[in-house]
Design a protein around this ligand. Structure first.
Ligand SMILES: [Zn+2]
Ligand SMILES: [Zn+2]
Length: 298
């Protein structure tokens, strides 16, 4: 189980405001940084909230609206100034159209840049965790994607059982490599003294209207970052623009039985976080409204 550090770099929608930068969420894991969307100003937010831009390994784009990608050219420009130092590839993954859109925006050949167009079913194995994409519902034309970052299950020794049997020190290494250990005449198998521990699961929706597919993929997650561009007073506008209301997000969290809901991509018209939170809590209690700089460790 490795430490995950999640930082909301931008919690706003469409246009930046003094309170909210445009959408981006950073995950720091095993020394790498994964960015989920990269709105204008993300680079500076990284500096402000101490997320190293040189450690960015992947930028996972939910869709190609400007408020989710206009931070990419600036970030890449900075990294390319330090190009000689950077050896590791940087992967930008996003739905169909990403390659053309990003190349247009960047208009510079960057040797370490890799772009991949992906869809639901795509996944990448990081060794101790997997990232995969699922379809959300943000427009009639064009695909939008949400992402799941999930640690793999790990085997843990049952301390009590091990103690009872007198297993200690180097014996653990032997069991790990052989799958069993001999204690006198008795053979103790690995599975008799271990249990499976589920990994942590984080889900990030990007922009989307209410979607059953999100419920399916967010099922049982530790944290669900769900967009909430509008409150219920703007229901018609939310439906028209394929965005969620606070209640939509809370309903998804409730049905998916997540542990915690973080609302982000908050519309500029809403100034009172408490009001937003109260609306959500009618349906899902463990909700917070993201502010820029909100940090979660798990
Ligand atoms: Zn947006
Ligand atoms: Zn959008």
């Amino acid at each position: 189980m490795l430490m995950m550090r999640l930082v909301v770099l931008g919690s706003g929608a469409a246009v930046p405001s003094p309170e909210r930068n445009l959408t981006s969420i950073a995950l720091r894991y095993e020394g790498d940084v994964f960015l989920f969307d990269c709105g204008e100003g993300t680079q500076r937010q990284m500096m402000k909230y101490k997320i190293s831009y040189s450690k960015v390994r992947m930028i996972l784009i939910s869709h190609l609206h400007g408020d989710h990608i206009f931070g990419i050219p600036g970030l890449l420009y900075t990294l390319s100034i330090e190009e000689n130092k950077r050896k590791e590839p940087l992967l930008i993954a996003g739905p169909k159209g990403t390659e053309k859109r990003i190349r247009e925006l960047v208009s510079k050949d960057i040797p370490f840049l890799k772009i991949e167009e992906i869809d639901e079913g795509w996944n990448i194995d990081l060794g101790s965790a997997v990232i995969y994409a699922f379809r959300t519902n943000h427009s009639n034309n064009g695909v939008s994607l949400g992402y799941v970052f999930e640690e793999k299950e790990t085997l843990r020794f049952d301390k009590e059982k091990c103690e009872k049997l007198g297993i200690k020190g180097k014996m653990f290494k032997i069991i790990e490599s052989e799958g069993y250990i001999k204690l006198g005449k008795k053979t103790v198998k690995m599975e008799e003294i271990t249990y499976k521990k589920k990994g942590k699961k984080i889900v990030i929706t990007g922009d989307t209207a209410y979607s059953e597919n999100t419920i399916k993929h967010a099922s049982g997650s530790d944290i669900l970052f769900h967009e909430a561009t509008f409150m219920e007073d703007m229901r018609d506008k939310a439906d028209e623009d394929f965005h969620s209301t606070v209640m939509d997000a809370a309903t998804v969290a409730n049905k998916a039985r997540v542990k915690k809901l973080v609302l982000y991509h908050i519309g500029n018209r809403y100034k009172d976080d408490k009001e937003i939170e109260d609306e959500a809590k009618k349906i899902f209690e463990n909700t917070v409204v993201a502010k820029d700089g909100l940090e979660i460790h798990l």
